[in-house]
Ligand binder design. Structure first.
Ligand code: SF4
Length: 462
């Protein structure tokens, strides 16, 4: 699929050797959650040292000597998603503040939907901000709190926030971990000997050799220090609202999110798609890599061979070129190539996880036909994306969303496919573990778990 700009990824390590190195290693496996900037903050028990770079985790890892020197007792890290307009190191995380309680660094995944109104209020009261980030607001709220303990100050702050947030705080001696009351984004906890590890996805625990303990619960605030882990509940909501798109596309299939294997659910999604929209075909092909698992599920259910008819070049990186039509096609060709032997004279089912603008899929369909495909039947393993996400996913505006402008038939024609079908909301939520009522599917059905305040930023993960 065309890459939706993603949210962010978090890591935290308390205790054990090489805390900084471990966080940086863990961030490698969360790279898919953000490619714009990367950072790590480490405490030696007294002071916090922050290292941030624009770009991929490899950019941070080039700072061998500095990472080596960041010895300490605990460390947190962050990969930030890519966007335009506010792409600068000031918005990179973790963010560090000096407060009357000592230094506090924070890393955030999500979007605080009432950040604009809180920020406006604070600016009227005289606060000065260094970044355009909603995360900085969290630090201000904690710093200004009159509560006695840090747990109370963080709690007082968290209950003022609406939207999605997974947060990892680092102080000189402790780590605090929090997740919003709906549990919109994933966040898990693991152990490696005596070391505590927290991460956005369990694939980061696997990389470190840590074992999964449990998810951070929605509305939970954990404090981790030399005495172990203490947990409190800062809020309760009537239900959960996990982002269903994490299962469709964002999370890695080798991760366990929302207490279930992403691979397992993504296969079920593919199977549900085959049940709803079967077709006569010779081969099932995926748009690699994000659709591989759903395509496998489709093929298994439909009893059609799955084969690799499209190959993705993983070494292209980001391409900053003029997005005129011709160049767009070149850009798709830079990333994908066809395998003619798999496609020639075949009726092909092409499985993709979603359609946003449809530009990539249009070129891919043409490439399949150029490689000799007799028929191309597009099957999408999610419903049409119709609405913005306020919880950390950067979908384009409604005017650019193909499904909010064209009917399914018009979209099929534009893509040049023989048939086009989407998985229904019922079909998608029908395979969601724990029941449909525990998921957000607002980008498909417009039902946000809570009212979105006027003037909210649509996405921000800073
Ligand atoms: S609106 Fe869509 S992408 Fe955003 S949290 Fe809800 S399901 Fe996920």
């Amino acid at each position: 699929m065309e890459r939706i700009k993603e949210e962010c990824g978090l890591m935290g390590v308390f205790g054990g050797p090489e805390v900084t190195r471990r966080v940086v290693m863990g961030l490698y496996s969360l790279q898919h959650r953000g490619q714009e900037s990367v950072g790590v903050a480490t405490t030696n028990g007294e002071t916090i040292h922050v290292l941030k770079r624009m770009g991929l985790v490899t950019e941070l890892n080039k700072e061998e000597k500095e990472i080596e020197s960041m010895t300490g007792i605990a460390s947190i890290g962050h990969v930030r998603y890519s966007t335009t307009g506010n792409s600068n190191i000031n918005n990179a995380q973790p963010m560090l503040a000096s407060t009357k309680r000592g230094p506090i660094a924070v890393a955030h995944n999500g979007n605080i939907v009432n950040a604009p109104e809180i920020r406006k209020r604070m600016e009227e009261e005289g606060s000065i901000f260094q970044s355009t980030s909603d995360t900085e607001i969290i630090l201000h709220l904690i710093a200004r709190s009159q509560k006695t303990t840090l747990v109370e100050a963080i709690t007082e702050t968290l209950v003022q926030l609406t939207g999605s947030f997974c947060l990892v705080f680092l102080t000189d001696k402790e780590i605090y971990v929090a997740r919003d009351g709906y549990g919109i984004r994933p966040l898990c906890m693991g152990r490696l000997d005596k070391t505590w590890v927290v991460a956005s996805e369990t694939c980061a625990l696997d990389l470190l050799g840590a074992s999964y303990v449990r998810d951070i619960k929605p509305g939970e605030l954990c404090r981790i220090n030399d005495n172990g882990l203490e947990s409190t509940t800062f809020t309760t909501k009537p239900h959960r609202a996990h982002c269903i798109f994490e299962f469709v596309y964002f999370s890695r299939p080798d991760s366990r999110i929302f207490e279930e294997s992403c691979d397992k659910i993504r296969r079920k999604i593919g199977k549900a798609l085959a049940k709803e929209h079967p077709t006569q075909a010779d081969v099932v092909v995926s748009v690699p890599d994000s659709s591989n698992t759903a395509a496998l599920g489709y093929a298994q259910e439909a009893g059609i061979n799955f084969d690799i008819g499209l190959l993705r070049n993983h070494y292209v990186g980001r391409t900053f070129i003029d997005p005129s039509q011709n160049v767009r096609e070149q850009k798709v060709k830079l990333k994908f190539n066809t395998i003619a032997g798999v496609l020639k004279n075949k009726r092909v089912v092409l499985v993709d996880d979603s359609i946003v603008r449809g530009t990539t899929l249009k070129f891919l369909t043409k490439m399949l036909r150029d490689a000799g495909a007799k028929e191309v039947h597009i099957r999408i393993s999610s419903p049409p994306v119709m609405n913005p996400c306020y919880y950390g996913m950067d979908f384009p505006s409604k005017t650019e969303l193909i499904a909010s402008n064209l009917t399914k038939e018009e979209t099929r024609k534009l893509l040049g496919a023989d048939t086009l079908e989407y998985l229904s909301i019922k079909g998608l939520l029908g395979v969601a573990p724990g029941g449909a009522e525990n998921y957000c599917a607002a980008c498909f059905d417009g039902k946000y778990p809570e009212q979105i305040p006027a003037g909210s930023t649509k996405f921000r993960c800073e």
